[in-house]
Design a protein. Structure first.
Length: 382
């Protein structure tokens, strides 16, 4: 079992970070429609060095759409339409996978390609299949190179950014930490272009105040993420006991610079994990497709925080078209998200029994009610 991660430099030690996810965005990987081979070769060398230190590395690599769009001559970087993005991805993914295989191969490493859609990690059985594949590849000494399967993904089944994909892959791959390579040194307390902006080196839990610091856009125009998506990735990671760092990837040897391998203390923002939920609850907490929302009163909110199930009596509002077993979000009277869980009733049934005691529900439902609207074993607090 690995030790506790407390600083950025701990991410470079196999004793504290045995398994690391490295996410590379399009703006770092592609310039003028062509891959930045020299920079990528340096990054491949850093990955090889991490392997030599006893760490296992998973790469989450963007860039397929940007590469494919240039080769097909598509406007707007291939993002002018869904059809353009899918076509660009189909072309670019071949080149991207080949590039990683070539550059890692120069260090004696075997690259393995894994393309995922949102549903592959939202569905429990498919998530476990992806997890098994990742773990077997790592055990065999390979470097999995993961990307969203943009050639088939539609708006309904897309992550939309590889930051959150990296956090979910870290869960599935049982990683200790995630490195998000960005175009700035880390999270700043305001827009980093503003005079007096200060970088925050350590975050213990992503709060509303931390979210208020984020700039939601992607400055390059190539990617789909921004600081907001990185904070969402940190929230997914921190509930699963996984550390996450935002570092500057624009430099040569960016991992060494950020993690202090040349003797420094490290440069970046490290998000420390808040807790380590059991595997199933961590998966549930990281799920992104929410089918409905249940609003609860103050009494129910307090009961949830103390580890109890959600009863119909405490529900004050129901929205969304969801079926039994779908993921719903639980919010308090002020609209703050409290929990996610698997609903024991569909939306219409929840609406019919909300606010009612258990002994009243049979007459409404026409059958004996279940123990809870969401059982505590099928719920994770946010």
């Amino acid at each position: 079992m690995t030790g506790t991660i407390a600083t950025l430099t701990d991410l470079a030690r196999a004793q504290t970070c045995a398994r690391l996810v490295v996410k590379v965005g399009s703006a770092l990987l592609v310039q003028g429609g062509e891959p930045r081979r020299q920079w990528l070769a340096g990054l491949a060398g850093e990955i090889a060095a991490a392997q030599a230190r006893g760490q296992q590395v998973i790469v989450v690599s963007s860039g397929a759409i940007a590469l494919g769009a240039a080769r097909l001559g598509l406007a707007k970087g291939g993002r002018g339409s869904l059809a353009d993005a899918q076509a660009a991805a189909a072309v670019g993914q071949i080149g991207l996978g080949g590039l990683w295989a070539e550059l890692l191969g120069e260090h004696g490493l075997t690259a393995a390609q894994l393309l995922l859609t949102l549903d592959d990690l939202e569905d429990r059985r498919r998530y476990l299949n992806a997890s098994a594949t990742l773990n077997r590849l790592l055990e065999a000494g390979a470097v999995p190179v993961v990307n969203e399967n943009d050639s088939v993904a539609t708006q309904e089944i897309r992550f939309g950014d590889n930051d959150r994909l990296a956090a979910r892959v870290a869960q599935a791959g049982r990683a200790d930490a995630v490195l998000l390579l960005s175009d700035i040194d880390g999270l700043y307390d305001r827009n980093p272009r503003d005079p007096g902006a200060t970088m925050i080196p350590l975050v213990r839990g992503v709060s509303a105040d931390i979210h208020a610091m984020a700039d939601g856009g992607s400055a390059s125009g190539l990617g789909s993420g921004g600081m907001t998506s990185k904070l969402q990735a940190a929230e997914i990671a921190e509930r699963a006991g996984i550390a996450l760092a935002i570092i500057n990837g624009t430099h040569d040897a960016p991992i060494g610079r950020a993690l202090g391998l040349s003797g420094g203390e490290g440069i970046g923002t490290l998000f420390l994990p808040r807790r380590r939920d059991p595997a199933r609850k961590a998966w549930l907490g990281g799920r992104m497709k929410i089918k409905g929302v249940l609003t609860v009163d103050d009494g129910a909110a307090g009961a949830l925080r103390s580890g109890r199930s959600l009863l119909a009596k405490g529900v004050t509002g129901v929205s969304g078209d969801f079926a039994r077993g779908d993921v719903v979000e639980v919010r308090d009277a002020g609209g703050m998200a409290l929990a996610k869980g698997l609903a024991e009733y569909d939306g219409a049934e929840c609406a019919a029994i909300m606010g009612r005691h258990t002994d009243e529900q049979a007459d409404v439902l026409g059958y004996a009610p279940r123990n809870a609207v969401i059982h505590r074993d099928q719920m994770v607090l946010l």
